[in-house]
Design a protein around this ligand. Structure first.
Ligand SMILES: NC(=O)c1ccc[n+]([C@@H]2O[C@H](COP(=O)([O-])OP(=O)(O)OC[C@H]3O[C@@H](n4cnc5c(N)ncnc54)[C@H](OP(=O)(O)O)[C@@H]3O)[C@@H](O)[C@H]2O)c1
Length: 277
């Protein structure tokens, strides 16, 4: 199986298509992650909040893959962003995963009640102690990202935020690129909302591909990494199979034009003070 492309920032090589592990309902079995690793995924995205760290750890061990072959991400929740809580959360994540480091550690959501002057040094400390090879933030808008960069003694490699054809993230993506970070798109399939789209269906039919593959390819061609989730082994494999075809410029433009004002699907209102842009 040829190695999938990766996007680089500050020494991190982030595999272009990863596997999300936040199931919409119920739990997630280790077999689901084993299926992803068997299909070729080498980037696994979890979080303390998801409750899936034990299953991810079990799957990594069951896969037989060397630890160094897997790019493993976890996150610290917004209620644990003070230094002591932060360090405790990282220790709990590593114990739950059964690993002694993660490849990427993210602040899961900003918390307006806890200043970044407390959080960013705690994040950098996890890196300096070898508990995380790389660090970043999720769900930060441009203003918060700039504060985070200014306050962090170590470089941020990744910003993770929602992105799919129904959500215009052009301003945030441009800012992330200018600052030299990798953009990782969550909900890259719009949590299933894209599947009835006529434009995506037409482009998919022309390429002999699925709508999911078209959406993920559209992200890939913008140098955006993605972390789709599926509970189904066939769809898990399908979503990873996006490296051997190309969308034309006109197709890229038509997909970008699908953006909608109400396109955001993960939207805990008010969580990002000052709005999303
Ligand atoms: N940082 C954050 O705040 C944050 C927030 C949200 C998500 N995330 C991360 O991003 C990951 C992905 O987001 P998500 O899981 O919310 O949404 P998503 O990946 O956009 O969509 C997942 C949904 O699409 C369906 N699906 C997947 N592949 C399909 C295919 N080929 N054909 C038809 N249906 C398909 C899945 O159903 P089936 O299971 O039936 O296939 C599931 O219902 C999460 O798992 C999590 O790791 C991060």
């Amino acid at each position: 199986m040829p190695a999938a492309p990766a996007f680089s920032a500050h020494g991190a090589a982030v595999p272009a298509v990863g596997f999300g592990t936040s199931p919409m309902t119920g739990g997630m079995s280790p077999e689901t992650v084993v299926a992803a690793l068997a299909a070729g995924y080498r980037h696994i995205d979890t979080a303390r909040k998801y409750g899936t760290e034990p299953a991810v750890g079990e799957a990594m061990r069951a896969s037989g893959l060397p630890r160094g072959d897997i790019f493993l991400t976890t996150k610290v929740s917004h209620e644990n962003l003070r230094p002591d809580d932060f360090a405790r959360s990282v220790d709990q994540s590593l114990a739950a995963l059964g690993v002694d480091y993660v490849d990427l550690l993210l602040v899961h959501w900003p918390n307006p009640q806890i200043p970044l002057t407390e959080t960013m040094p705690a994040l950098a400390r996890a890196k300096r102690e070898g508990l995380a090879r790389h660090i970043g933030v999720a769900n930060f808008n441009i203003a918060l990202l700039d504060q985070a960069i200014a306050l962090c003694p170590e470089p941020l490699a990744v910003l993770q935020a929602e992105y799919h054809p129904y959500l215009d993230q052009s301003k945030l993506l441009a800012a992330v690129r200018e600052r030299g970070l990798v953009y990782v798109a969550y909900c890259p399939l719009g949590r299933g909302r894209l599947f009835g789209d006529a434009v995506l269906a037409e482009i998919a039919q022309r390429h002999g591909r699925s709508v999911a593959q078209i959406a993920l390819r559209w992200l890939l061609q913008q140098n955006v990494a993605s972390i789709p989730f599926s509970s189904n082994p066939q769809r898990i494999a399908d979503n990873y199979n996006v490296f051997d075809f190309e969308l034309g410029d006109d197709e890229m433009r038509r997909i970008s034009a699908l953006k909608r004002a109400d396109g955001r699907v993960a939207n805990p209102v008010g969580r990002v003070a000052g709005g999303w842009d």
